[in-house]
Design a protein around this ligand. Structure first.
Ligand SMILES: [Zn+2]
Length: 461
């Protein structure tokens, strides 16, 4: 029997058959209904489940293992072994971290060496310690480690972490301040480029303001081909949703960051969006009357071709409008997009035709999310991406703190080497969290947390 760290959304009966303990990850989120009934069955068979509070309190691997020993004494020997391995890895990390800043600077002054941060006021999952909510100190540490750009997620589909006249504001703006002001000031002081990162259309649990909930209730959410309503995604075709994104991005650009970054600038997946408005808009756009909705646009090859083109055009036309407005109203602010990896593969299934955006000169910076790849895989991806990104600053995102493989500084440096050899303009590291802080020795003195990888990770196999 093993123990498993798993996201609440990822639980399934098969996973629970093979483990003795489940620990939630991803912060304070409740298990969805479906997972709750699985968990009840799991517990009735003697399975152990950690609560979110227990899990959050155990920040370092060592703390987590100690907790697990208490809850699962029969696996004591396995945990002792893991603690020993963890200690050895920590020693290796410290050696690699000492070499890291000099290695970073080998990329030269023109190389973008970015750090992503998923949360607006400081790195996430370092034990919820408020002393990390200090951008001045954080930028000082990142600069010393060789980073020269910082991409911070300051807005999502229905929430802004700064003073906004367009988006509903997080209550944190009142208590912690305007995040853009804090980040800009720190970046200017330490000579770093600030990229203001916005998630478009999407607000997940915990990021849903009352206004966003109301938009969903008013029918502005996306609908799947099965008629399933999505409570976290706005339909990207409805004019009011598009206007919201455009105005929010223009407002963001007017705050004069080095760049704005468009994330989630795409559809949710292949089976979206089939709301009434999308049907009407498709019929107008294609000149076709669809009698059997949505079957015809999915199964009739002629209509399906037009449907896919319509979807791609919906996203591309939005990008064009954002770029036109930003270049007119905030000239000089660069425009970046975070995009899917394969320009002719999965990017097209979500209607994200980013190679066209590059050809049209719409993108200043393009960042495919090259997560979880081995150096070999990364080299293969870059081969397709580099020609597609021609004319832009090409800055892929690597996932050192989340990827199973790249979970130490040496492996992260390998990925950077692969990119440099392929001729990229830089990279962005995902993400500024406890794991990455510790891996790169970003702050020994603060005894940074050893947060746990987010993907389902079997620690004890
Ligand atoms: Zn729709």
């Amino acid at each position: 029997m093993d123990a498993l760290l798993v996201g609440a959304d990822e639980l399934d009966a098969h996973i629970l058959e093979n483990v003795a303990l489940v620990a939630p990850i991803g912060g304070k989120r409740k298990y969805p209904q479906k997972a709750m009934s699985l968990i009840r069955q799991f517990k009735s068979r003697g399975g152990v489940v950690l609560s979110s509070d227990e899990r959050l309190a155990a920040v370092t691997h060592r703390q987590l293992f100690s907790l697990l020993v208490k809850r699962l004494p029969k696996l004591k020997d396995v945990f002792a072994q893991k603690i020993a391995e963890d200690d050895a890895q920590r020693k290796k990390d410290a050696e690699a971290a000492a070499r890291f800043p000099a290695f970073m600077l080998e990329g030269g002054a023109d190389e973008f060496r970015g750090m992503c941060c998923h949360t607006a006021y400081g790195p996430e999952r370092v034990g919820n310690d408020p002393k990390w909510e200090n951008w001045d100190e954080n930028c000082r540490i990142l600069k010393a480690a060789g980073f020269n750009a910082l991409s911070v997620n300051v807005a999502r589909g229905g929430i802004a972490f700064y003073e906004s006249k367009v988006l509903p504001m997080s209550p944190e703006v009142k208590t912690k301040g305007d995040s853009i002001e804090l980040i800009k000031k720190a970046c200017e002081k330490h000579g770093m480029k600030f990229i203001a990162w916005k998630v478009c259309f999407y607000s997940r649990v915990g990021m849903k303001t009352p206004a966003f909930e109301k938009w969903i209730a008013d029918g502005r959410g996306a609908i799947s081909s099965n008629g399933e309503r999505n409570g976290e995604w706005l339909c990207p075709v409805r004019p009011e949703n598009r206007a919201l994104e455009i105005e929010a991005l223009v407002e963001l650009a007017k705050r004069r960051p080095y760049a704005i970054s468009l994330d989630y600038i795409r559809y949710h997946g292949t089976g979206w969006c089939f709301c009434d408005h999308c049907r009407k808009a498709f019929e107008e756009h294609s000149g076709e009357k669809v009698s059997n909705w949505p079957k015809d646009v999915l199964n009739n090859p002629k209509l399906n071709g037009k449907w896919e083109a319509f979807r791609r055009n919906n996203i591309t036309s939005l990008v064009r409008e954002v770029v036109r407005r930003v270049r007119a109203e905030a000239p000089g602010v660069k425009i970046r997009a975070d995009v899917f990896r394969r320009p002719n593969g999965e990017a097209l299934t979500v209607a994200q035709e980013w190679s066209l955006w590059c050809r049209e000169g719409l993108m200043d910076i393009i960042s495919p999310m090259d997560g979880t790849s081995t150096p070999g895989e990364l080299a293969g991806l870059l081969k397709d991406q580099i020609p597609a990104a021609a004319g832009t600053t090409f800055m892929p995102t690597y996932y050192p703190s989340l990827s199973k493989r790249t979970s130490n500084a040496d492996d992260f440096m390998d990925m950077i080497r692969v990119g440099r050899k392929a001729g990229v303009n830089g990279f962005c590291a995902f993400t500024f969290d406890g794991r990455l802080i510790e891996m790169l020795g970003l702050d020994e003195k603060r005894k940074a947390a050893r947060a746990i990888k987010r993907v389902p990770v079997n620690l004890f196999r």
